[in-house]
Design a protein around this ligand. Structure first.
Ligand SMILES: *Cc1c(COP(=O)(O)O)cnc(C)c1O
Length: 415
């Protein structure tokens, strides 16, 4: 046996092992997971896998060694700046995900405040309570404070209450477009206006919907202004690895000007190796993630994203109609894009028990704590499983009612 054969046999066994392990997971490729995964079709899937593989060994830290990656990255950033209506002079950073895009935007806001607001002692962020946890992760790392202001009854940011929460230490305002918890847009115009009045950094978290909203708007869905077209928006995060359909490890942190982006820069020269500069938290970064994101953007193009948005919105509407046809269930309103939540109107039907029954039937569904509800984040792959989902949902509701089942868990964590 030569070495290739030994290697091949070894890998065949390991591969089998991986495939066996995977069988204990929920079957996302057949639409059985209501979050985490975003896929359009087999054609795009093949393209992004191959693009990733072509740059599998390259390190995106090495912009001079691998100028082609630097160029791919710049093209992806330019696509984002254009999509989000950034005026000339904007700039961006390719990151590993929404959390990193947000942490470095918060870091940039802190650096900007240090330079421009010397009286600030304990820099503070004012955010709606619906803002993503990564703002608190950022504040924890950067020794800042987040004040979370209760949402309104329609789940949107309470801009007036946020105004009341401002203090001389406030440096940053945050809004979601849309929020992960309820899928609604905050009043970004109101927040950006407030930011301008008080000279604050205004960040729009479009991680979830950034690559869906502009295309849903082209289809005629009403999408409120949320990007750099709104004066006063300083920075915006948008995840390529969500509705951009890129392989995981891809997001954009975008800035209205080069100067704002420079606030995110880390540069260091006090080691023997010379100047070291990054804009990301990571040093070494996968070239494949950059190539995969670039391939998704180019493969789909505007038309492909519009078609994918149509599938998402129609699938959402089919799910909502089917859920509302089941007695005891109610979809909460408003919902603005691909995420919606639904709860129970019947004391005999514990919605968390319904969630458990769905998991027993092979469906991984998430939940929301406020209000207590099931959470659905629609992606194109769900189009094929609408009927099966609704039928299992109906039988889950029946089972819960019949057995008067109550949920056993009280802590649905997501990681
Ligand atoms: C997903 C998400 C994030 C965080 O993104 P990760 O890629 O999971 O790090 C931030 N904000 C919103 C609204 C999101 O949906």
């Amino acid at each position: 046996m030569n070495i290739d054969k030994i290697g091949t046999a070894k890998w065949a066994a390991l591969r089998k092992d991986l495939e066996r392990r995977k069988q204990s997971d929920f079957d996302w490729e057949n639409g059985k997971v209501a979050l985490y995964n975003y896929k359009v079709d087999e054609g795009l899937d093949l393209a992004i896998r191959e693009a990733y593989q072509i740059y599998f060994g390259e390190n995106a830290l090495g912009r001079r060694a691998f100028p082609s990656i630097a160029q791919l990255e710049d093209e992806v950033i330019d696509f984002g700046l254009d999509l989000f209506n950034c005026p000339d002079g904007g700039a961006g950073i390719f990151t590993s995900g929404g959390t990193e895009s947000i942490i470095i935007a918060v870091k940039a806001a802190r650096a900007w405040a240090r330079a421009n607001k010397p009286d600030v002692k304990n820099p503070m962020i004012v955010a709606p309570e619906t803002a993503h946890p990564s703002f608190n992760k950022a504040a924890y790392l950067l020794d800042m404070t987040v004040v979370r202001v209760p949402m309104r009854d329609d789940f949107r940011a309470a801009v007036d209450a946020m105004r009341s929460a401002l203090t001389p230490d406030t440096v940053m305002l945050v809004g979601s477009a849309p929020s992960y918890s309820h899928g609604v847009f905050d009043d970004i115009e109101g927040l950006a206006d407030l930011a301008q009045q008080y000279e604050l950094w205004c960040h729009v978290d479009a991680c979830l919907g950034g690559f869906l909203a502009p295309f849903a708007r082209k289809l005629g869905y009403e999408i409120p202004p949320f990007d750099f077209a709104v004066p006063g928006v300083t920075s915006l995060s948008a995840d390529l690895h969500k509705y951009g359909y890129a392989p995981k490890g891809a997001s954009l942190s975008l800035y209205r000007t080069e100067e704002f982006k420079d606030c995110a820069k880390f540069t260091f020269n006090e080691w023997p190796r010379g100047v070291y500069t990054t804009y990301t938290l990571s040093g070494t970064r996968p070239g494949g993630a950059v190539a995969g994101a670039w391939a998704a953007l180019r493969y789909l193009g505007d038309d492909g994203y519009v078609a994918a948005a149509k599938t998402v919105m129609e699938t959402r509407d089919a799910l909502v109609a089917g859920i509302e046809a089941i007695p005891a269930l109610r979809v909460h309103r408003p919902y603005d894009l691909g995420v919606f939540i639904f709860g129970s109107t019947d004391d005999q039907v514990d919605i968390n028990a319904v969630m458990e029954c769905m998991r027993e039937r092979g469906w991984f569904v998430g939940s929301t704590a406020k209000p207590i509800a099931i959470h659905y984040s629609v992606n194109p792959i769900h189009a094929q499983s609408v009927d099966a989902y609704l039928s299992d949902l109906e039988s889950s509701v029946d089972e819960v009612r019949r057995t008067n089942r109550k949920a056993a868990f009280d802590d649905d964590t997501y990681s």
